[in-house]
Design a protein around this ligand. Structure first.
Ligand code: G6P
Length: 489
């Protein structure tokens, strides 16, 4: 198909995720400003360009009044975003509760919050009801904007119920669902009281995607063991209907980072940072302040390194950017105080009147500052306890073509499967191993760094977010056509 001017017609894509790529901040009764949201999902989806995409999701803010809702809807429309308005109670039960206090830790193998286990178990039913209600609210908005032939792409653990709701509206809708977190072993998934309902709802999609083959395999075995369905090489079969299941490793828009390094503002930042840390090696962590990111363990490993390598104490600095996230969830509040306590203790122990070993920032950086920081870093520490993919590791590699710094990467991040050969892989729970890997990274020869960087740079620049999205959408189109052919036979 073509437009009137002869260009190929781009397929309309409705991207549905809990969080829109922009979050809204209210400036007046009917005025709003929009800021880029944090997190891997947004960072990857911003790199997806070659579609006629509309975004449907929550703008991260409660807007109880009609004037505010109308004004925000208008402001978001300019960014091709469509809001789903969630009230405070729903946000509390669905987002803070079921999504981030239950599904998130369970999917990352951390189990239910320790001190809170009984309370969580008791509130489970009401939170699950809110989860289903919120998913239905997303479905209503999708349905309002859906046009025949659109592809509806649902994202992440917040919206596992959405494929089912959408297919109830129209069984012909092309629906894909992609999980940005790990999907855990079926033995973990089966502990969830809502285990079967969640699986069945996801299976209503035509195509189900994961970052790695292992996550896809765990999902298929959860369906076979818990639901008693048949797993095939293509996916999961239920009474003759196939839900296609496959791995689609995500990437970033690497050109955006590479180009940014040429911008004068970024060059100025780079010079400032080089002067500021001259004579010291720069180690960097960039994470949302989330328990899955293993920030306390990382800092303890750095402490061990300083303890055992006294000659490095005034020659290295760790910059930890910890972006606040989900601040209403008690586990995240506890983590913030824990990290502050550890950083304070280590800086007190190894700091001098003129320098401290750890610079810890509880905030995000703007894009130019972030790129500059990646570019001046000697060693990046990505030591998540579990992580669906982890795109910070990709962003770092994209900005390192002159420096060729070293990436220390958790073996429990999805990225270990793509960047493992170029990185130093570690078990983040083993503080001694991480401390040793810091020493290895700081003393690595130029040739070795160059070789490792080449491998990772080639991967990051060829496996982009755009390619990821194109592969998923074309697989979804093919899956639907094949299913139609099968039913006609
Ligand atoms: C992870 C999730 C995303 C989420 C992001 C930020 O990357 O997979 O779905 O958007 O964290 O978390 P938040 O709760 O702030 O949306």
């Amino acid at each position: 198909c073509e437009n009137q001017d002869g260009r190929p017609l781009r397929q309309r894509l409705l991207v549905v995720a809990n969080r829109l790529p922009v979050s809204a901040v209210r400036r007046g009764e009917d005025s709003w400003s929009l800021e880029i949201s944090a997190g891997g999902l947004v960072s990857a989806l911003l790199g997806v360009k070659e579609f006629e995409a509309r975004w449907i999701g929550w703008a991260g803010v409660n807007v109880p009044d009609e004037i505010g809702q109308k004004a925000l809807t208008r402001a978001l429309a300019e960014k091709r975003c469509i809001p789903v308005f969630l009230d405070e109670e729903i946000v509390h039960q669905y987002y803070n509760g079921y999504c981030n206090n239950i599904l998130w830790p369970v999917f990352h193998y951390l189990g239910l919050p320790q001190e809170d286990r009984l309370a969580t178990t008791r509130s489970f039913q009401s939170q699950f009801a809110a989860y289903k209600k919120a998913n239905q609210m997303f479905a209503d908005v999708v349905n309002k904007h859906y046009e025949e032939g659109d592809v509806v792409w649902c994202h992440d653990y917040h919206l596992m119920f959405l494929p089912k709701c959408l297919k109830e509206y129209s069984s012909n809708m092309k629906v894909g669902w992609f999980l940005h977190t790990p999907f855990p072993s079926s033995e973990i998934h089966r502990t969830l009281p809502s285990r079967s309902e969640l699986l069945r709802s996801v299976l209503a999609a035509d195509l189900v995607g994961f970052h790695t083959y292992d996550y896809a395999r765990h999902f298929v075995s959860a369906c076979t063991r818990i639901l008693g369905l048949e797993g095939t090489p293509e996916g999961v079969e239920d009474q003759g209907r196939l839900t296609r299941v496959a791995a689609f490793p995500i990437g970033i828009d690497s050109d955006r980072f590479i180009r940014a390094l040429e911008v004068p503002q970024v060059q100025d930042h780079i010079k400032e940072l080089e002067e500021r840390f001259s004579g010291r090696k720069v180690m960097l962590g960039v994470d949302r302040l989330d328990m899955i990111k293993g920030i306390p363990q990382k800092i303890l490993a750095f402490e061990k390194f300083l303890e055992e390598n006294s000659h490095w104490r005034d020659k290295v600095v760790l910059l930890q950017i910890a972006v606040p996230t989900r601040t209403d969830v008690p586990e995240y509040q506890k983590l913030t105080s824990q990290v502050h306590e550890i950083v304070g203790r280590i800086n007190g122990r190894f700091g001098t009147l003129t320098a401290v070993p750890i610079h810890h920032l509880d905030r995000s950086l703007d894009f130019p500052a972030l790129c500059a920081l990646y570019a001046v870093t000697d060693v990046a520490l990505v030591t998540s306890l579990r992580d669906g993919m982890n795109l910070v590791s990709y962003e770092f590699v994209a900005c390192q073509d002159s420096k060729k710094g070293v990436l220390i990467l958790s073996e429990f991040a999805g990225a270990a499967q793509s960047l493992g050969a170029g990185a130093i892989l570690v078990n983040p729970w083993n503080i001694t191993e991480v401390a040793d890997s810091i020493r290895q990274a700081l003393t690595m020869s130029c040739e070795e760094r160059e070789k490792r960087h080449r491998h990772n740079f080639a991967h990051v620049t060829t496996h982009t977010a755009q390619e990821w999205a194109e592969t998923f959408v074309s697989e979804l189109n093919d899956t639907v056509i094949e299913a139609q052919l099968r039913t006609r036979q």
